[in-house]
Design a protein around this ligand. Structure first.
Ligand code: F6R
Length: 624
């Protein structure tokens, strides 16, 4: 996930540069490992830097650019020197690395070698390797590791063939497979050309000029009149007009919407909390995670990142907190594929005391890629001779750099301390990993086909839960409970643990999760009419046993909420139902977890807790 912005402007109090930098600072929640801008002077003025936006501002100030600091500080008011960034039109980008580590060279905008065009891109170009080969054969040299750099080269090649700017842009876009929101500027030309396919892009209609951006916060302080582009649409954004067209070039009449937001809430896209925003981002995060990784026809998984990985004799997961729960989920997936697997709380892992050799695959599941306990465990595994794999969200993080292999979960930046979308993306990536490893063990295996089909439907399933969830009203009945219990079996057991962790983290209420069968071995003593029990019941996995556990807690007076894909059979046994769509048993708990995230969120909201920053907790725990 990255953030893009563009502004084609007329007369205004602040400069194009200021508008671009303000926009980028409101988009930093989409990525913050590098940033850059291009102003459409002749020649193009381009500056880009690794690191947070402030590094770009420093570089611009050093270039002599005149602008007020994007955070309202005076620190970065540039000099009076001749200002090469003072033009009417420009584009900007804040990056969340997917191809190539954060660096000045990999930062956007990317330009053609002769500076004939500059491009910013959010998304993933799946066929960039083929395009790179083709362009290299035509003499184009590549400076970065990114997928994006093919785009300016494609545009440049069309321009050399005589196409006008917009035709060249369209022809280049036509060659791309994958997801993109792309904007391009040309030297000395006031119009920005944009295209959208499966990455967000919105246009802002201002009084003195027009904007484009990944999200409304980028320009909300200048205008609340917006036009949302749909997949397959193009736009030409000039200082005085915005024209939208479809793939055939026919002009499309778009409705203009008025956004009713306080600019203060900008980074949260109008949501009260990052956590809620990130919960709603899960369909998008999962689409990004799956992109290009399931082969449509063969129904097999393609993870080129694992090239060279030998078939392991056993797999050990090491992780903390929410990521540990993802590890438990992965362990179950592997075990059912016949691969021995075990999960360890990273702080308890000691490779020297375990059967670990070069045939053991040790997987560090870590959103941040920096958690000290997980890094210690991975380093121990490396020393013991194991093969290590980082399953992480952060490109070039410590885990990514130090492990033998890395699989990115592609969830995009997660700001809220409580992990939500990263857990879903970890579960999905682990599902792909389990299938890939099983395919290695038995290439003829077709057992995974239904699983993969349902993973592809997962974003829609989650969307339907987000649209229809009654979690908020269910929670109203339990504002004053003594404790909250969560139970589930098989694939759902780790989600029961995660449901309890989420609730205790952000509500400060006592919550516990158990494998459903464990209740009667002790925790049942705590169950009363003041302890609601949330039971995850998948219709296709041992429903009757979990219903038996439900009956046990009901006999002690506890109210029961079932999170289930079988309301017809389960509903009559419980007090409340949080429904999820019917799906594969290994996919159902991923959807069920979304209902539990909403339970925790709405309870914390009703209790007026500081949801994004729970007391005593930090997003990345880098101490042992
Ligand atoms: C819970 C949460 C933590 C993290 C844990 C590991 O909401 O966020 O429990 O899951 O600190 O962090 P990573 O995954 O970055 O290693």
């Amino acid at each position: 996930m990255c953030g893009i912005i563009g502004y084609a402007g007329g007369e205004s109090d602040d400069t194009v540069l200021e508008r671009l930098l303000n926009g980028l600072s409101n988009l930093e929640y989409r990525g913050y490992d590098s940033a850059g801008i291009a102003v459409a002077n002749a020649p193009l003025a381009v500056e880009k830097r690794e690191g947070e936006l402030v590094e770009l501002e420093r570089a611009l100030a050093a270039d002599g650019a005149a602008f007020n600091g994007s955070r309202g500080s005076d620190d970065w008011i540039g000099s009076d020197a001749a200002d090469s960034f003072d033009g009417p039109t420009g584009i900007g980008h804040t990056r969340w690395s997917t191809h190539g580590p954060p660096s000045d060279v990999n930062a956007h905008p990317h330009t053609s070698p002769n500076g004939s065009v500059a491009v910013v891109h959010n998304g993933i170009i799946e066929n960039y390797r083929e395009l790179r080969e083709e362009l290299s054969a035509d003499g184009y040299e590549f400076r970065s590791d990114t997928d994006t750099e093919v785009v300016p080269h494609l545009i440049d090649r069309e321009r050399s063939g005589g196409a006008d700017r917009f035709a060249a842009f369209r022809a280049a876009i036509d060659r791309l497979e994958g997801s993109y929101a792309i904007a391009a500027v040309f030297p000395g030309h006031e119009t920005i050309y944009v295209a959208r396919h499966e990455s967000p892009l919105v246009l802002g209609l201002g009084e003195n000029g027009n904007f484009l951006a990944s999200d409304v916060p980028a320009f909300i302080e200048y205008t609340n009149q917006v036009v949302y582009l749909d997949d397959g649409e193009f736009a030409a954004v000039s200082p005085s007009s915005v024209t939208v067209s479809d793939e055939s070039g026919a002009v499309v009449e778009k409705s203009v919407e008025t956004i009713d937001w306080d600019p203060e809430d900008a980074g949260k896209s109008g949501y009260d909390h990052y956590m809620r925003k990130e919960i709603t981002e899960q369909p998008r995060a999962i689409r990004d995670c799956l992109r290009g990784r399931i082969e449509e026809l063969g129904g097999t998984v393609s993870l080129p990142e694992l090239e060279g990985l030998e078939e392991p004799s056993a797999v050990q997961f090491v992780a903390c907190g929410t990521s540990y729960h993802a590890g438990l989920f992965g362990e179950r997936l592997l075990q059912r594929q016949g691969i021995p697997a075990q999960t360890f709380v990273a702080s308890e892992y000691d490779a020297d005391q375990l059967p670990v050799d070069e045939e053991t695959l040790v997987v560090g599941v870590t959103q941040s890629g920096e958690t000290a306990d997980t890094m210690r465990a991975l380093r121990g595994a490396n020393r013991a001779g194991a093969t290590t794999l980082a399953l992480t969200n952060v490109v070039a993080s410590s885990a990514a750099r130090e492990c033998d292999h890395v699989l990115y979960i592609r969830a995009g930046p997660e700001i809220s301390v409580a992990a939500t979308k990263s857990f879903a993306s970890q579960q999905v990536t682990l599902s792909l990993l389990a299938t890939a490893l099983a395919d290695t063990a038995d290439p003829s295996s077709s057992a995974s086909r239904e699983h993969l089909r349902e993973l592809r439907r997962l974003p829609d399933h989650i969307q339907s839960v987000l649209d229809d969830s009654n979690a908020r009203s269910v929670v109203e009945a339990f504002l004053e409970a003594d404790a909250y219990f969560f139970i589930g079996r098989g694939y759902s057991a780790p989600v029961a643990l995660e449901g309890a962790l989420k609730l205790k983290e952000i509500t400060y209420r006592h919550a516990e999760g158990f494998p459903a069968g464990e209740l009667k071995h002790g925790p049942l003593a705590l169950v009363t009419e003041a302890t609601p029990v949330f039971a995850i019941v998948s219709g296709r996995e041992k429903t009757s046993a979990t219903i038996g556990n439900v009956t046990e807690v009901q006999a002690r007076g506890a109210p029961v909420v079932a999170v289930t894909d079988s309301p017809a059979t389960v509903g009559s046994h419980v007090d409340y139902v949080l429904e999820v769509p019917e799906t594969h048993p290994a996919v159902m708990p991923i959807v069920a977890n979304v209902q539990l995230q909403l339970v925790a969120y709405w309870l914390a909201d009703a209790l007026d807790r500081p949801i994004d920053k729970p007391r005593n907790l930090a997003k990345s725990v880098t101490v042992l």
